[in-house]
Each structure stands twice: as C-alpha cells, then as structure tokens.
Design a protein around this ligand. Structure first.
Ligand code: TYM
Length: 332
C-alpha cells in the first residue's frame, strides 16, 4: 500500500506535479493507494490563519486540489482519496505521537529551520510539530511506501524513527515501518528565479514557480525570465554547484520527457539557452494543456467532488480506527 499527499496551501506547481502527482496514476496501477489532501498541514501557513478569509476560501482550494488529482488520472474508485480533516483519527494519533517525539528531533528538521527563519518572531508551534502530523497520516494506514519529493525525506525518516520507538517500547508491531519512495528525476525542482531554493507554491514571487493552471502565455514569460548563467558560448550541461539555473531547467525537462539528463546534454550541444527554454515551454504546454482541460471539467461539478471526499473519508476512517484500536490495546 502506498500513501502520498499534498497540502492545499495554494495552487499546485509543476514541482508538486513532477515530484509526486505525475506518478500517482501509474502507482495506482501497481499498488493500493491512499491520496490525501492535507488541509490541516496547510493551516501552518500563517497568512492562512490570520488573514481575513473570503467566504468558502478553504473549501474552494480543497476542491481545486481534488479536481487536479482527478485530472492527473487519480481514480477515486481505485484509490482512497480523502480530506485529512474529515478523518479525526489523524489529530488523535497526532497527539499521542507528540508524546513519543523529542523536541530536539523536531528542531533539527531542515524545513522547520528554513520556515522559522522566514517567519521571524511569531512562529506557530504547528510549524514545529508538522512532521508529527505527517507521521500520523502515514502510520494510521499501515502503508509500506510513501511517495514524496526530496524535501520531505527527512520527515519520513523521522516517521520511521517514531514508529520504531513505539513498537520497541511495547514490544509489538503496532505500526508498519514504511519506506520512502523518491523518484530519480523531478524530486528536487528549484525556483526559476533563485535555483538555490526549492520551487514552492507559497513563494511570494509568483514568477519563481510554474503553477499547474498557468496559461501558456504566462508559462512562456516565466521561463523567459528563468535564471541561467552568463557562459558564452552557452554551455548546456548539468552541474548543480556551478550551473544551478541550467541544471534546474535540465532536470525539469528530463522529468517531463522522461529522458536522462545525459541524453539532453548531448542534444543541446552547441545550442543556446533560448533553444533549451523553447523546448521546455513546448513540453510543459503538451503536458499541462490536457490536464487543465480535464481539471475545468471536474471542477465544475462540486457535488461530485464533495461526494468523492465523503466516500474517501468513510473508507479511510475504517482503516484508521483499526490502527487506533490496536494502539490503545497497548496504551491502556
Ligand atoms: P506539499 O504540498 O508542500 O508538497 C506536496 C508534494 O510535493 C513535493 N514537492 C516537491 N517535489 C519536487 N520538487 C519540489 N520543489 C517540491 N516541492 C514540493 C513534496 O515533497 C510533497 O511530496 N507535508 C507534505 C504533505 C503531506 C504528506 C503527508 C506527504 C502531509 N502529510 C504524509 C507524505 C506523507 C508536503 O510537503 O506537501
């Protein structure tokens, strides 16, 4: 069984697509899959909590995310697709696992260090305990695989540590220890404007990221502005340290086309950065247009989308309750 999730903290980017979403359909053919919309995690984005919201803003973003899942080929009859906040066992297990996690372990998480530096003075504690809720999401379902981008690897390693600790204390296999699945290409997409940072849906500069619903004109503009370097003549080769911008563009193209970077380097020998950008724009367009078309069809039918979430939560709850029962059999 495989678990994967995205937090609906904004429109999804091609980094979310290449990191996880583009693999979900194929995973669904090989495994029993659980695809979650992690709306409780999205609450840690401070502006979400304090900003005066437009009416129904949260549910709108949740349904946007679900419609994208479906447009990427997720079939709710084959996989369990559900909203985290509709399965209360996530918060129940979250509290229990809080009591089995050391503060030092949380402070060492890279994502916390980066995010807390950006947020300065008033950091909410959800940012710190975020990986424990992730551990709860995973451990509730006895999954053996978790598909994530590279940035989440550390959180999955912590999940395994917590699970082993609980199993060890009670000398019982309460939790299944999952393994992390990170795909070879597309799992560490960087910002188009600062290729030393990851591409993120919450980046305040919208030109740093390609969003899955961006129109073609905007995509062309964003890639035109994407950072390369000043080598003359152009040198299209992969070297993350010396050529982070060009390497990122090669990684995006390689993941989209499913062609090894080494082949792309050969193809682009003696070609210009403009040639590289033109090919990426064309490839992104070919990938995103059919997804966007399907997205708009699914997105129109809100009752259908809400029904998928209801059915998904019902199935997820059944499994989650069994895990909680097993856990309380040793806790009480
Ligand atoms: P989120 O929404 O930030 O990211 C969703 C998925 O996209 C991957 N990702 C990337 N992949 C490649 N390059 C990037 N620049 C990039 N940015 C993001 C993330 O690694 C992630 O797999 N906390 C999770 C959501 C979550 C979760 C879970 C995942 C909640 N509970 C349990 C796995 C298991 C997250 O990062 O969401």
């Amino acid at each position: 069984m495989l678990f994967s999730a995205v937090q609906p903290s904004g429109l999804l980017t091609i980094a979310n697509y290449l990191g996880v979403l583009c693999h979900w359909k194929e995973m669904q053919d090989s495994y029993d899959c659980i695809y979650c919309i992690a709306d409780l995690h999205a609450m840690t984005a401070k502006k979400k909590i304090y900003k005066k919201k437009n009416k129904n803003e949260n549910i709108k973003t949740i349904l946007d995310t679900l419609a994208l899942y479906l447009a990427c080929g997720v079939d709710p009859n084959e996989s369990i697709v559900f909203l985290q906040s509709q399965v209360l066992e996530h918060t129940q297990l979250n509290w229990i696992l809080n009591c089995y996690t050391n503060l030092g372990e949380l402070f060492r998480m890279t994502q916390f260090k980066v995010k807390s530096k950006n947020e300065n003075a008033s950091i909410n504690s959800g940012l710190l305990t975020y990986p424990i809720l992730m551990a709860s999401d995973i451990l509730l379902y006895d999954v053996d695989k978790v598909l994530v981008g590279e940035d989440q690897k550390q959180h999955i390693e912590l999940t395994k540590k917590i699970a082993r600790r609980v199993n060890g204390i009670y000398s019982k296999e309460i939790f299944t220890i999952p393994s992390v699945v990170i795909t070879k290409s597309g799992s560490r997409i960087k910002s188009l404007l600062d290729p030393t940072k990851k591409m993120s849906k919450s980046d305040f500069n919208r030109n740093s990221s390609i969003f899955m619903l961006d129109n073609i004109e905007l995509i062309n503009k964003k890639f035109a502005k994407a950072v390369t370097d000043s080598e003359n003549p152009a040198n299209i080769s992969f070297n993350k340290q010396k050529k982070p911008g060009v390497s990122n563009l090669l990684e995006i193209l390689s993941a989209l086309k499913n062609i090894p970077i080494i082949e792309l380097e050969k193809f682009f020998l003696n070609k210009t950065y403009l040639d590289l950008k033109l090919m990426i724009c064309q490839t992104v367009k070919n990938k995103l247009l059919p997804i966007q078309e399907k997205y708009f069809l699914y997105r129109k039918d809100e009752e259908y989308l809400k029904d998928i979430l209801f059915r998904g939560a019902t199935k997820a709850k059944k499994r989650a309750k069994e895990t909680i029962k097993r856990l309380f059999s040793v806790l009480n």
